[in-house]
Design a protein around this ligand. Structure first.
Ligand code: DX5
Ligand code: ZN
Length: 226
């Protein structure tokens, strides 16, 4: 499996978050957005502790891997103890794991990223809207991707927090050409140009894609890409 975040075939990449898909027909909904032009699938894993919601775990990842053998599976761990789930998601066929800067002491970040990469996955580090950018800057060299949250994580369908764009520019300035900058939360065609202009090259969207009828999803994906 080529590492999409290291060697993208095009940029920006569009990552539908399956959080807003119909869980009763997940294979069809997830595969359908790839057919409609999306580049990868974003899996929002929530533990009811780091964020106030419960969503999905390694078993869903395994089922998607089986149903969509060529899909790139980007797992966003919104959990208090990400280290506990690295092996389970690797075994379940994940290609990439992002964990949050808020849940680890500074000295724990590079070792966890290294553990993820040693298994053959790429590693990402996420930052929530209220967290100062200084918390993530010293660790960018340890990861393949930085994820700037543009909502307080927990639920799809929230409003985009525009003030995170300054933080995003500061991170973009520090990244190397083979590192990706992802944004997640409240992204829709109307604000996607500002997200791209701030330096983001991976755009996550749940409600702006799965909230539409199937026939309109390809156009939404194209509009997000710009
Ligand atoms: C935060 C999740 C996001 C979110 C995106 O809660 O990490 O992926 O569900 O949903 P939309 O695009 O609807 O804001
Ligand atoms: Zn996410």
């Amino acid at each position: 499996m080529p590492k999409l975040f290291k060697r993208p075939k095009r940029l920006p990449l569009i990552a539908p978050s399956i959080l807003s898909a119909d869980f009763a027909k997940m294979g069809e909904d997830a595969g359908g957005t790839l057919t409609a032009g999306a580049d990868l699938l974003h899996l929002d894993v929530m533990d009811g502790h780091f964020v106030p919601n419960l969503t999905m775990g390694p078993d869903l990842c395994r089922c998607l891997r089986r149903a969509l053998p060529d899909a790139f599976l980007d797992v966003h761990l919104m959990v208090t103890d990400p280290a506990k789930f690295v092996d389970a998601f690797f075994d379940a066929g994940a290609d990439h794991l992002t964990f949050h800067v808020e849940v680890l002491p500074p000295e724990g970040i590079a070792p966890l990223a290294e553990r993820i990469r040693t298994l053959g996955m790429t590693a990402g580090l996420a930052i929530n809207p209220p967290t100062p950018v200084e918390r993530i800057l010293p660790h960018l060299g340890a990861v393949d991707l930085a994820l700037v949250m543009s909502v307080n994580p927990g639920f799809s369908g929230q409003s985009f927090i525009e003030s995170v764009l300054d933080k995003t520019r500061a991170i973009a300035d520090e990244l190397q050409p083979d590192q990706r900058l992802q944004m997640d939360g409240g992204i829709k065609p109307s604000n996607a140009p500002a997200v791209r202009e701030a330096g983001c090259d991976v755009l996550v969207a749940a409600s702006a894609i799965y909230g539409l009828p199937v026939a309109k999803r390809a156009a939404a994906i194209a509009e997000l890409r710009g």
